[in-house]
Design a protein. Sequence first.
Length: 188
Amino acid sequence: MAMAFSFQTFPRLETERFILRKSEERDVADLYELYSDSEVVKYTPLLPLSDQAEAWQEMNWHLETFALQVGIRWLIEDKLTGKVIGTCGFLHYEKEYARTEIGYDLAPGYWRKGIMSEVSAPILAFGFDCMKLHCIEAKVDPANTASIGLLAKLGFRQDSELREYEFEQGQVVELLQFSMLRKDYRRL
């Protein structure tokens, strides 16, 4: 069996419309704009960012997860404008179990345009082909119907309901757990 991805160099991926890349200093303003929007963080443990210092912290978290080899968070850069419009990637990577969790977010002005389907395809391929994953999981708030629809479109299957699983924005929330196994993966 081939060696799994070694986390030595951050992988750059591309789609027809987007570049998926590592966070850089120049991205702080775009990350602040993204994560200061209450609609973007609505179904996450994050509160809307209140200043660019918090955007720096978020960017450093992206870089740290990669350095610690526990995740990869790609920025989604629009090829036409150079603007970062969202992020997508893996967190809670467990190499010994060949398992990770996918997460994503997108600025509301870009919703319902097929963007997350487009950028998820090379990310899922990277996970199964390069990281040699057996399973990619996703945890979603039951009210986040757009995310549930995306996961279904990508081929994820709902496994369970996680009762009172997370504390988000001052309240305990239920989450739905989805997964995609290597044997069920199909290229989009």
